[in-house]
Design a protein around this ligand. Structure first.
Ligand code: ATP
Ligand code: MG
Length: 150
């Protein structure tokens, strides 16, 4: 599917946000600068507004690896694993903790071994048009039919 503009990206982000619940995993793959953080920012700011919590800046976790956002019933953990070399480093980042009521949104998730049931994999690609992107979805569990719900 083609994302025609930043506005269009925003509307897709909202549809993902409306379906989110604790223990969901969102994987974001695609080249540097393709729009992974932009999608996440739209999604978090939309949920903050919808749930009546303060709208915050959503920065790229490139150096911090993880930023967290409190949304009413759960939190969002936004990861950027570009610099992570070994999967075991993720334990300290709370990736596998089932005690937390959290949605995890993960940029550069390639190094995670697959084990999550409720997961949406999103792949973004550049097109010849500067403000356009190609997106594909692969869903598991409750996300398995997501691309047909758009
Ligand atoms: N349709 C679009 N969808 C997404 N981003 C777009 C679109 N059109 C333009 N852009 C621009 O592309 C850039 C995407 O940057 P962003 O930081 O979101 O990428 P990223 O995939 O997170 O990169 P990185 O791998 O470095 O973390 C932004 O400047 C955004 O405004
Ligand atoms: Mg990013």
């Amino acid at each position: 599917m083609i994302i025609k503009s930043l506005d269009h990206l925003n509307s897709i982000s909202k549809k993902i946000a409306d379906k989110l619940s604790e223990n969901d995993f969102i994987y974001l793959t695609g080249e540097i600068g393709v729009g992974k953080t932009s999608l996440t920012r739209n999604l978090i700011n939309y949920l903050q507004e919808k749930e009546g919590v303060k709208t915050t800046e959503v920065l790229s976790p490139t150096f911090n690896l993880l930023y967290e956002y409190e949304i009413k019933n759960y939190k969002i953990m936004h990861y950027d694993l570009y610099r992570i070399k070994e999967e075991k480093e993720l334990v300290n980042l709370g990736m596998f903790s089932e005690k937390q009521k959290a949605v995890r949104i993960i940029e550069w998730p390639q190094m995670i071994k697959d084990r999550f049931k409720e997961k949406l994999e999103i792949e973004l690609n550049y097109t010849n048009n500067e403000n356009e992107r190609e997106v594909s979805f692969k869903g598991f569990g409750k996300w398995s039919n997501f691309k047909n719900e758009l």
